[in-house]
Design a protein around this ligand. Structure first.
Ligand code: FAD
Ligand code: NAI
Length: 507
C-alpha cells in the first residue's frame, strides 16, 4: 500500500529529474544559429564578466544592440563557493562558467574581447583596452567606441596602504587566489616537517592567520579548520599540536553585518572548533614572516604585538579600481564620492547620460554583494530591452504621422486609430520603475558543518545557525550555481571529498 505508492512517487520523481537534466544538457550542448550583430544599431559595451555583467547578459535581448563585452577573465565565477576551493573541497573549475558558452546561447551574437579596460574616455565615448594575457599577438591594445556603456568591473582588494600586504599575503577574490592559498597551505605543512626544523619555526609555519572578520575571512577560517580536522590530521598527524587558525579583526566583533545573535553563535562555534578569534586587533604592518598588530586591551590601552605566521590571508574588504577612479575624476558630479561610481535609481552614473554601473563598483546604498549585483544586472537588462522597444515604437509613430499627413481621407482615420493604439502601448512600455533591491537574506558557512543565516521571511527576519542551516546553505548555493553543469560538478566534488577526503598534493 503506502510503501508501494512512495516507491512509485520516488521512481517517477527520479526519472523526471534525470529526464530534465538530460534535456538541459542537450539544450546547452546544441546552440542554434545566431543573428549577426547589426552595426547600425547602438553599440552597447559591457565591462566585466562578474555577477552584475553576466546577469545583465543573461537577460538582455542582444538583437536590439551591437553588444561588445570586455573582461580580462573569459568566465563567470560563482564566488560564494570560492572559499571551499582553497582546501580542495571543491575544484575551482566546478564553479566557473565559460563566457563563450553563455554568449553562444544569445539570439544575436555578441563580441567578446579578453582584455582589461585601462581607460574610459567619457567625453569621446571611447574605451582603451589592453590584452595582458601570457600569449602576445601583434595587436594587444586598441580603442572601442561606445554609444552606451555598462561598468561592471567589481572592486579590488583593500589594503589601506598597509606596508607589506601586497608582497606577503594572499587575497581571496579570484580563482588564482584560491589556487595560491591551496598550494601554500601544503607548502607550509611540508616545510614545517622538513628535517631539522626548530619547534619555534614549526609553530610559525603552521600558524594560519586570516586578517578581516567579514564573511570572506570567517568562511575561509571555517573551511581551513575543517581541512585540518577532517583530512590533514589523518594524512599528516605530525601537525596535530602546532596547526592553528587565527582570525584577526580590528572591530570588537566578527561579521558586523549579521545580527547580534548570529555573531555570538559564530564566536562560540569558533571557540569549539579551536579557531582563535582576535578582535580589537588592527594589523598595521606585514613582513614576510610576521604581522604587527595594535591590540586594544579591555582597559582601553593599546599595545603592539608581533604575530608570526606561515600563511597570511588578507580579507579586509573592497577598494575602488584605478579605471573607475580615473572615470570618477572626469565627471564633476562624482568629485565628492570616494567609494565608487555614484548612480541614480536607474543605475545611471550620476553626471552622465550614457553610462550605467552595476555591482561592487556602483554606489547605490546597498552592500557590495553578489545578490545586489545580480539584481542590478537583471534590472538593466529589463531597462535596455524596454528602451529598444520604445525606440522602435517611436520610429514607427513618426512614420505613421508622416503617412497620415499625406494619406487620403478614408485612410487617415484608420492610421489615426493605429497611432492612438501605438501611443497607448508606448506609454505602457515606458513605465519601467526605478531599481528596487529585494533582500533575500545573508548566509555564511562557519565551519564544522554549521552555517549562519539572516533570512527575510514574509515581513519578518529569521536568524538561525547550526547544522540545519548548513543543509539550507548547501542547497541554496547549489540551486544558485550558474548552470546544471556547475551544479553536477559541485555535487560530485562534495561526494568525492566525502568519500576519499581532500587531496593533500601540493599543486
Ligand atoms: P565581480 O563579480 O568581481 O566581477 C568583476 C568583473 O570585472 C570580473 O569579471 C573581472 O575580471 C572584470 N574586470 C576587472 N577589472 C576590469 C577592467 N579593468 N576592465 C574590464 N573588466 C574588468 N556575495 C553574496 O551575496 N553572497 C555570498 O555568499 C558571497 N560570497 C563571496 C565569497 C567571496 C570569497 C568573495 C570574494 C565575495 C563574495 N560575495 C558574496 C561578494 C560578491 O562576490 C561580489 O559582491 C560580486 O562578485 C560583485 O559582482 P560584480 O559584478 O560587481 O564584480
Ligand atoms: P568586509 O568589508 O565585509 O570585512 C572586512 C573586515 O576587515 C571588517 O570587519 C574590518 O573591520 C576588518 N579590517 C579592516 N582592516 C583591518 C586591519 N587592518 N586589521 C584587522 N581587521 C581589519 O569584507 P569581506 O569579508 O571581504 O566582504 C566583502 C563583501 O562581500 C561584503 O559586502 C560581504 O557581505 C560580501 N560577502 C558576502 C559573503 C556571504 O554572504 N556569505 C561571503 C563573502 C563576502
Amino acid at each position: 500500500g503506502f510503501f508501494r505508492t512512495l516507491w512509485r512517487v520516488t521512481y517517477i520523481s527520479v526519472l523526471g529529474g534525470l529526464g530534465y537534466l538530460a534535456y538541459t544538457i542537450y539544450e546547452v550542448r546544441s546552440p542554434t544559429e545566431q543573428i549577426e550583430p547589426d552595426p547600425s544599431k547602438k553599440t552597447l559595451v559591457i565591462l566585466g564578466t562578474g555577477w552584475g555583467s553576466v546577469s545583465l547578459l543573461k537577460n538582455l535581448d542582444t538583437e536590439n544592440y551591437n553588444v561588445i563585452v570586455v573582461s580580462p577573465r573569459n568566465f563567470f565565477l560563482f564566488t560564494p563557493l570560492l572559499p571551499s576551493c582553497t582546501t580542495g573541497y571543491i575544484e575551482h573549475r566546478s564553479i566557473m562558467e565559460p563566457i563563450r558558452n553563455i554568449l553562444r546561447h544569445k539570439k544575436a551574437s555578441v563580441r567578446f574581447y579578453e582584455a582589461e579596460a585601462t581607460k574610459i574616455d567619457y567625453q569621446n565615448k571611447k574605451i582603451q583596452v589592453k590584452d595582458d594575457s601570457d600569449v602576445k599577438g601583434d595587436s594587444m591594445e586598441t580603442e572601442i567606441d561606445f554609444d552606451m556603456l555598462v561598468v561592471g568591473v567589481g572592486a579590488e582588494n583593500a589594503t589601506f596602504g598597509i606596508p607589506g600586504v601586497r608582497e606577503h599575503s594572499c587575497f581571496l577574490k579570484e580563482v588564482g587566489d584560491a589556487q595560491k592559498i591551496r598550494k601554500k597551505i601544503m607548502d607550509c605543512v611540508e616545510t614545517a616537517l622538513f628535517k631539522g626544523q626548530s619547534e619555534e619555526e614549526v609553530k610559525r609555519l603552521l600558524h594560519m592567520v586570516v586578517v578581516g572578520g567579514g564573511p570572506t575571512g570567517v568562511e575561509f577560517a571555517g573551511e581551513l579548520q575543517d581541512f585540518f580536522q577532517e583530512d590533514l590530521l589523518k594524512w599528516v598527524p605530525q601537525v596535530k599540536d602546532h596547526f592553528r587558525v587565527t582570525l584577526v579583526e580590528a572591530l570588537p566583533n566578527v561579521l558586523p553585518s549579521f545580527s547580534k545573535q548570529l555573531i555570538d553563535y559564530t564566536e562560540s562555534s569558533f571557540k569549539e572548533e579551536h579557531i582563535d578569534i582576535r578582535t580589537k586587533t588592527m594589523v598595521k604592518n606585514v613582513t614576510d614572516k610576521t604581522i604587527e598588530a595594535q591590540v586594544t586591551l579591555p582597559d582601553g590601552t593599546k599595545k603592539t604585538e608581533i604575530i608570526p605566521y606561515g600563511l597570511l590571508v588578507w580579507a579586509t574588504g573592497n577598494a575602488v579600481r584605478p579605471v573607475v577612479k580615473d572615470l570618477m575624476a572626469q565627471i564633476p558630479a562624482q568629485k565628492d564620492e570616494r567609494r565608487g561610481l555614484k548612480v541614480n535609481e536607474y543605475l545611471v552614473v550620476k553626471g552622465t547620460e550614457n553610462i550605467w554601473a552595476v555591482g561592487d563598483c556602483a554606489i547605490a546604498n546597498y552592500a557590495p554583494t553578489a545578490q545586489v549585483a545580480a539584481q542590478e544586472g537583471a534590472f538593466l537588462a529589463r531597462l535596455f530591452n524596454t528602451m529598444a522597444k520604445t525606440d522602435a515604437m517611436e520610429t514607427e509613430l513618426r512614420e505613421l504621422s508622416e503617412r497620415q499627413a499625406t494619406a487620403k481621407v478614408d485612410e487617415r482615420n484608420e492610421i489615426l486609430s493605429l497611432i492612438n493604439e501605438r501611443q497607448k502601448q508606448l506609454r505602457r512600455t515606458k513605465q519601467v520603475g526605478p531599481f528596487q533591491y529585494s533582500h533575500q537574506g545573508s548566509l555564511a558557512y562557519i565551519g564544522a558543518e554549521k552555517a549562519v543565516a539572516d533570512v527575510s521571511w514574509f515581513s519578518g527576519n529569521i536568524a538561525s545557525g547550526g547544522t540545519m542551516t548548513y543543509l539550507f546553505w548547501k542547497s541554496a548555493y547549489l540551486s544558485m550555481c550558474f548552470s546544471s553543469r556547475n551544479r553536477v560538478l559541485v555535487l560530485m566534488d562534495w561526494m568525492k571529498s566525502r568519500i576519499f577526503g581532500r587531496d593533500v598534493s601540493r599543486e
